[in-house]
Write a protein that binds this ligand. Structure first.
Ligand code: AKG
Length: 197
């Protein structure tokens, strides 16, 4: 643990990969996403959008939608670092510090075994907060810088829950969350999103 922000230590967890300056031109991707994406308002705490294969998340279904070129560039960069290419990107838009995501671990249902979630952050820096599942008082933050990449493997999600807490920052943030989803035409639907977003 290297630092403390408002009482929660900033640190590292074995298995998480964090690359601070992953995405060149992240400002332009943020601007494109703000205006070029048709945001879904079905979740109250933040806006969402999904590209790629169909995604079943938090009880909601997002239909298949082709990757726009702006996002395809990021998908290709992310996939170059993964054993299996990502075939879905769920975008989360937090327009201001009141928008949030509660503690959860992502369900493994429908996810290709051995693959995790990759988060590319755009806009204002906000902490991703972790709490140990067995000892919830044990918490630490990763500060997600704009343009950064975080890879969250399944093994970490077994031991830690994560959340994006409310913040005093007024500026917006968008996360691009890439997953490799089992997909066969006409296959039964499995919900692979957070269990309790
Ligand atoms: O917006 C974020 O960075 C958090 C995303 C997240 O928690 C998730 O996709 O499970």
């Amino acid at each position: 643990m290297t630092n403390v922000v408002k009482g929660v230590p900033v640190g590292t967890i074995d298995g998480i990969v964090y690359v601070a300056d992953f995405l060149e031109g992240h400002e332009a991707v943020f601007e494109w996403a703000l205006t070029g994406v048709a945001w879904d308002d079905r979740i109250r705490a933040r806006k969402t959008a999904s590209f790629g294969v169909p995604y079943h998340y938090g009880g909601l279904t997002y239909e298949e939608s082709p990757f726009p070129p702006e996002l395809e560039r990021v998908r290709a960069l992310v996939s170059a670092r993964l054993a299996r290419p990502a075939n879905n990107c769920l975008l989360n838009h937090y327009p201001d510090g009141r928008s949030r995501m509660g503690f959860h671990s992502d369900s493994e249902e429908g996810i290709v075994p051995g693959t995790g979630v990759t988060i590319v952050s755009l806009g204002v820096q906000r902490p991703l907060r972790f709490r140990a599942t067995a000892t919830p008082e044990r918490r630490l933050d990763y500060l997600l810088a704009p343009g950064s990449l975080m890879y969250l493997p399944k093994e970490v999600q077994n031991e830690w829950q994560h959340s994006l807490p409310r913040s005093s920052r007024r500026e917006g943030r968008i996360s691009l969350t890439f997953r490799t989803i089992e997909h066969r035409e006409g296959a039964a639907k499995a919900d692979s999103g957070p269990k309790a977003p």
